[in-house]
Design a protein around this ligand. Structure first.
Ligand code: COA
Length: 225
């Protein structure tokens, strides 16, 4: 895997850029929309640990989620985190955390895409996880697929990551459809920290993708992508 810094990209409808502090408040506002964060952010382990809560019962899951969402909704608490992230990207010590802000061509920030170290990063640094979100106003137009395609091309061809391992709630087909369109293979299911309106704890589909699967898929879908 190569130590390459984040590059800017232009696609048919998008500018996919190295993040700056300027668009972070707009992006945070998109992210705090429940429609967006519902299946985007798993409730972090630290919340369960700190509050002595269990992931196995719905009462605890709901409490952990509400603590997490309160933190997420507090810009004063979030702002230093965003500033630190941008500082770290600018100082080029962030080579392991690839994040792009997604803009329309008129420079409106509409979302974000990340390719982060996966949970087993220490054992294998070239295995990555991905995440994406798009302002609900612009969903369903193929924009996330357009951005993800460009970014994964860079990650596999230039950064030379080995593999992506990720997951998405079964109830979130908008996300796992992108994965399937980009050549990801479904490898199983796992329990999540998400739950539905009837208090059922939800499962995620697990996915994996390597360069060969990504390139093969691109060739067979060259018209779509
Ligand atoms: C996931 C997300 C980024 C997709 O963005 P988008 O720009 O709408 O995605 P695209 O238009 O490129 O593609 C979505 C695909 O999913 C399909 N899809 C979307 N919603 C769907 C639904 N409810 N049921 C079935 N398919 C659905 C679309 O039809 C499209 O597939 P197609 O091209 O074969 O028709 C967006 O929905 C989002 O921001 N969600 C909230 C954040 C999130 O959950 N992120 C992922 C965490 S794993």
């Amino acid at each position: 895997m190569k130590n390459i810094s984040i590059k800017n990209f232009e696609t048919e409808r998008l500018l996919i850029k190295r993040p700056t502090i300027d668009e972070q408040f707009t992006l945070w506002n998109i992210l705090r929309d429940e429609q967006v964060n519902r299946y985007y952010f798993p409730t972090p382990d630290r919340i369960f640990i700190k509050n002595n809560l269990s992931k196995d019962n719905i009462k605890d899951l709901k409490l952990a989620r509400s603590i997490f969402l309160n933190q997420l909704n507090d810009w004063e608490r979030q702002q230093p985190f965003y500033e630190k992230k941008i500082e770290s990207i600018n100082s080029e010590d962030n080579s392991q955390k690839f994040t792009w802000s997604i803009f329309l061509k008129n420079d409106e920030p509409i979302g974000q895409i990340t390719v982060q170290p996966s949970d087993d990063y220490i054992e294998n640094p070239s295995i990555r996880d991905v995440g994406w979100y798009i302002n609900p106003k612009y969903q369903g137009q193929g924009l996330a697929t357009e951005a993800a395609n460009k970014v994964l091309e860079f990650m596999f061809n230039e950064v030379e990551i080995e593999k992506i391992i990720t997951s998405a709630a079964i109830e979130n087909p908008g996300s796992w459809r992108i994965m399937e369109k980009l050549g990801f293979e479904r490898t199983g299911v796992k329990k999540s920290t998400y739950y539905d309106d009837n208090d059922n704890i939800l499962m995620c589909y697990c996915y994996s993708c390597d360069k060969k699967k990504f390139l093969d898929r691109k060739i067979s879908n060259s018209k779509v992508l």
